[in-house]
Design a protein around this ligand. Structure first.
Ligand code: GLU
Length: 452
């Protein structure tokens, strides 16, 4: 059996972190089994689905590195849903109902007031031909329900273990609205069969749906996939994921400078007892992924974790990964440069700030009390090409000539050369700043934009 999973977003909005987690699980599981990952656009709601949202979803998946093997839109499959519908209807498994939403609501209230579960009473199955004709004459069009068997549905869920849904305690699900539009259930099942989906991996909010869906799959003669329903994600404080990063779209998170592998590393591990670690490549994440590690407790998402992991991903990023991005920014591509600065980054774009320290414009900071020291430093600056050894030669000789040490030795030089009190190690910066600019800065000459 080829493992085939699908991520099935509705292009009626932007993806959020929770959606990314569903997509990531589908992807990691499929790839870990040498299987295929499919993107299905659930766009049966034609009024709310847009091409822009569909494009944004594809961009988000590309950014995360979740490359799909196939993609299709449900709106291309209306004929398939119609055929399945006709088939089920001809066999009495789908039936027409004429109740208005108000009538259904009144029924529900009556049941509740009598202490009964608010399950649809199948009154539509008792309608006579005359009653149906009368409703139709009134202008009512039917909605349709799938007739559940009343039997328990049992499956072995990859995350939740044995699951049992008593279909006798459920209302027959509406699969088609009175205006002819499809609810999610039937199209999803038809496509899962058609696309030979072997594993349906989705959030636990779909557990009950799975009961009805398994019956429909069986009624249509399909093979029931393996189900995995993972727990939902909550904010770190246990509340809904509504604040800060968790409620932002993936596009916003991307814009904020988060590395996709920082987000992937985190959400692949949330909800497991395994430690969250920065993982550099998707291949490593695939290797380390084990669905059986997912627990049933809600996964807690803390935006601070993303920030922390992001920095760690950068600090550990191999030079060959960084090099093309450095080239794009016009930064030096040499391994020495990357190794010298990566520890100072919290976002990759911080490289720009470091480039500014090197290329300028820099406003040298020279304290009154350090004027003589900086003048001595200018005298002692090694002539010509500066390299990685220059800084220690220079500061060693200054230490001997001035008796300064520690912060008093280094800080005035850093502030004169970069205008800042913090930054990457000067040993790496000095050769990049170069002799001429170093001289100018030690002389306290402010650089204009043009020079920088
Ligand atoms: N479009 C559905 C949703 O976003 C898909 C659920 C599923 O994976 O079956 O909830």
């Amino acid at each position: 059996m080829t493992v085939r999973t699908r991520f099935a977003p509705s292009p009626t909005g932007l993806l959020h972190v929770g959606n990314a987690r569903a997509a990531l699980f589908c992807y990691l599981f499929a790839k870990g089994q040498s299987g295929q990952f499919i993107l299905r656009m659930d766009d049966t709601d034609e009024a709310r689905s847009t091409a822009e949202f569909a494009d944004a979803i594809k961009q988000d998946l590309a950014w995360l590195g979740l490359d799909y093997d196939e993609t299709f839109k449900q709106s291309e499959h209306f004929d398939k849903y119609q055929a399945a519908f006709e088939d089920l209807k001809a066999r009495g498994l789908v039936y027409a109902c004429y109740e208005t939403p108000d009538e259904l609501e009144r029924k529900r209230k009556r049941q509740l007031s009598r202490g009964l579960p608010p399950v649809y009473d199948r009154a539509a199955l008792q309608l006579s031909a005359d009653q149906i004709a009368a409703y139709e004459a009134e202008g009512r069009t039917p909605h349709y329900r799938f007739k559940l068997s009343g039997q328990p549905i049992i499956w072995d869920d990859m995350v939740r273990g044995e699951q049992k849904i008593e279909t006798a305690s459920l209302s027959d699900p509406v699969i088609r609205r009175a205006d002819g539009s499809w609810l999610y259930t039937l199209p999803s099942v038809v496509d899962d069969i058609d696309a030979k989906i072997s594993h349906v991996i989705r959030g636990e909010d779909h557990v009950t749906n799975s009961g009805a869906q398994i019956e429909i799959i069986e009624a249509l003669g399909g093979t029931v996939p393996v189900f995995a329903h993972f727990s939902l994600m909550l904010a770190a404080d246990g509340g809904a994921l509504s604040k800060r990063l968790g409620s932002l779209s993936l596009g916003d998170i991307r814009q904020s400078g988060v590395e996709p592998m920082a987000l992937n590393s985190l959400i692949a591990r949330l909800g497991t007892a395994d430690p969250v670690e920065p993982v550099q490549t998707m291949a490593q994440l695939i290797d380390g992924f084990d669905m059986s590690r997912l627990g049933r407790a809600p996964a807690r998402f803390d935006a601070e974790d993303v920030t922390r992991l992001n920095a760690r991903i950068l600090h550990e990023m191999p030079h060959e990964t960084a090099a093309p991005r450095l080239a794009d920014m016009g930064a030096p591509e040499a391994a020495e440069f990357w190794d010298g600065i990566k520890g100072n980054l919290t976002r990759f774009s911080d490289v720009q700030d470091i480039l500014r320290l090197i290329n300028g414009p820099v406003t040298p900071v020279i304290e009154e009390a350090d004027k003589d020291y900086i003048a001595a430093a200018l005298e002692a600056l090694p002539q010509g090409d500066l390299d990685e050894a220059s800084w220690s030669q220079w500061t060693q000789s200054l230490k001997e000539s001035t008796g300064r040490k520690g912060r008093a030795l280094f800080m005035p030089l850093r502030q004169a050369l970069t205008g800042q009190a913090h930054g990457p190690e000067m040993q790496h910066l000095l050769p990049l700043i170069g002799y001429d600019k170093a001289v100018a800065r030690l002389q306290g000459r402010e650089e204009s934009q043009a020079e920088g």
